[in-house]
Write a protein that binds this ligand. Structure first.
Ligand code: ZN
Length: 576
């Protein structure tokens, strides 16, 4: 058995998907909310029999490798390494091993970052001011070690020089985001991070992808982050996630805080389901990632204008993806970091209670501020329209009406107007998800897998033009089932198995309840339609060709095409 097959045999698709999504049983399959699009009901179908997880709404997924590549954003070579490890399969050295100098670019950049991290950690140990600073902020040594917190020396090129020494090229150091060129024509490279406390930022698996740095000097930018690179994408990266994963799964909730020190503050009091964005506001992608394991997003953000805006934005994204949103107000101090120092016990208690529903939090803020009614409505209506659950919405409307001194009926009226306005705006923007779009010939092939008794119908099918359907068509034509009642995986060439399984799964779901006779009738009808379409297109192409040949005086060519045209006509007349 080759490595791919062995990994597949040991790691089931449902096992892998369950690490990211909450599966529900549905007949022989499982379903879950699709992590690849803004899904509102469970669209991802997971078939243990076929080893496939696929969303027909956004056309994403496939076998364990495809699913993993897509959800982790990695190449096949990385997927096979990671999944081999998960499945406990040892990969043979010659296979998939990076080849000499052309070693995967990402791998090199990762090594470069790792060397930088080692360097920063060493520098921290040797620098009294930096160590003193962390002590002052009450970060214990255990967390410094766990998170790999370090220090970038106050030097123009100490990091750069160190990395050159370790064998990284100028361009690799630049690409890893660790060096900058002040001006294009200037040759000299400067360290991007100077005199800063360094926080390594990791992906969900714990691989280093970038850094965030907090200045110890008078620098205008208190915090700076790695620039986006082949490894680091700030709209996806979440600081602390790899340490939070288990706790999020257990609590089914994740706490979102503003900064690196806030994440450490929660860890300090023993709460681990906490993450922070780095160098950007929360994005839809961040929410989609958190949604894989969390049901509730707990916002623990500053109470200033920027913090309020960030919270509202987070609420809107999270609600559209049907996450519950709560707000955790720190019991003392201005942020979790301060609070963990001043009142750790109270903060732990507040975190255990998971704060209050975000909507209630907004209402209580409005109740305290008492702006004029119109301003209140402007604040409340957008929050209400986004709530997917009717029950929850009713509840919120009642609370809001009470605060406004209005009635539920009046507020519902305003809400309908707001919704109508939003609906029209959305329509104008045309933001819809493309739905399942298989070509009819693909449906036909999928139906053959679902109803293999009708395999011989493929003999009546005109060969498709597109590459994959064509290859599958030929594989099926070459097949002789004999006494067997089903088409098995081995009947299909390896490179087409995933494709065939996706088509099979789709047809089984959509049309799996037909009787054998009905299936025969439907498949034949579809076959006729496909043939008609193909022949019509061929005819059209030939007519164009004949015209062209005639106008340029190519007699032979015209003759040949006319001949073909006659044959197609004949085919049309006998096609089923
Ligand atoms: Zn999807």
């Amino acid at each position: 058995m080759d490595s791919v097959a062995e990994i597949k045999s040991r790691l089931s698709i449902e096992q892998l998907v369950a690490e990211y999504c909450q599966l529900q049983k549905k007949g022989r399959n499982f379903v879950c909310v699709c992590p690849f699009h803004n899904d509102t009901h469970p669209s991802l179908l997971v078939s243990p029999d076929k080893g496939i997880a696929y969303c027909f709404a956004c056309q994403s997924g496939g076998d364990i490798f495809s699913f993993y590549q897509k959800i982790e954003g990695v190449e096949f070579s990385q997927a096979i390494k990671d999944l081999a490890e998960k499945a406990g399969v040892t990969l043979p050295k010659h296979e998939f091993a990076p080849k000499g100098p052309s070693k995967d670019e990402k791998e090199r950049l990762r090594e470069c970052l790792n060397e930088a991290m080692v360097f920063y950690c060493e520098s921290l140990k040797g620098n009294q001011i930096a160590s003193e600073y962390l002590r002052g902020r009450k970060v214990p040594a255990s967390l410094i070690e766990l998170f790999g917190v370090g220090f970038a020396p106050d030097s123009y090129d100490a990091t750069y020089t160190e990395l050159l020494k370790k064998g990284f090229s100028r361009s690799e150091i630049m690409k890893a985001g660790l060096g900058i060129q002040k001006e294009l024509k200037e040759e000299r490279i400067y360290d991007r991070f100077r005199n800063r406390i360094m926080f390594p930022i990791k992906d969900t698996l714990g691989n280093l992808i970038g850094f965030g740095g907090r200045t110890l000097g008078e620098d205008d930018a208190k915090y700076i982050n790695s620039p986006d690179s082949p490894l680091y994408n700030k709209s996806v990266a979440l600081f602390g996630l790899s340490y939070a994963k288990e706790a999020i799964r257990k609590e089914k909730a994740v706490i979102l805080v503003e900064g690196y020190f806030d994440v450490l503050a929660f860890h300090r009091i023993g709460i681990e389901n906490v993450v922070a964005v780095s160098g950007t506001a929360l994005t839809e992608q961040h929410v989609a990632i958190l949604k894989r394991t969390a049901e509730t997003l707990i916002l623990c953000l500053d109470q200033d204008t920027a913090g309020r805006e960030a919270a509202e934005r987070a609420y809107l994204f999270a609600k559209t993806q049907d996450l519950a949103v709560r707000f955790l107000r720190v019991p003392q101090g201005k942020d979790p970091d301060e609070c963990a120092n001043m009142a750790p016990e109270e903060m732990r208690k507040a975190a255990d209670q998971k704060g209050v529903p975000y909507f209630d939090h907004v209402l209580s803020e409005l109740a305290a501020l008492r702006p004029e009614k119109r301003a209140m409505l402007r604040k409340i209506l957008p929050l209400l329209t986004i709530i997917p659950s009717a029950v929850e919405k009713e509840d919120c409307i009642a609370k809001a009406a009470a605060l406004l001194g209005s009635t539920v009926i009046a507020l519902n009226d305003d809400l309908r107007r707001e919704q109508e306005f939003l609906r029209r705006r959305n329509e104008e923007q045309g933001r819809t998800i493309t739905t399942a779009a298989f070509h009819p010939v693909e449906l036909l092939l999928g139906l053959i897998f679902t109803y293999p008794q009708h395999l011989t119908i493929v003999n009546e099918l005109v060969a498709p033009d597109a590459e994959k359907p064509k290859a599958l068509y030929h594989a099926l034509r070459a097949l002789n089932l004999g006494e067997r009642g089903a088409i098995t995986e081995e009947d299909v060439p390896e490179n087409l198995r995933e494709y065939a399984a996706v088509l099979h799964l789709y047809c089984e779901e959509q049309f799996g309840t037909w009787s054998e006779d009905l299936a025969g009738v439907e498949i034949r009808k579809l076959c006729a339609k496909v043939n008609r379409d193909v022949l019509k297109q061929k005819q059209q192409e030939l007519i164009e060709g004949i015209k062209e040949a005639r106008s340029t005086g190519k007699k032979m060519e015209e003759e040949k095409l006319l001949n073909q045209y006659q044959q197609v006509l004949k085919l049309v007349s006998i096609a089923p």
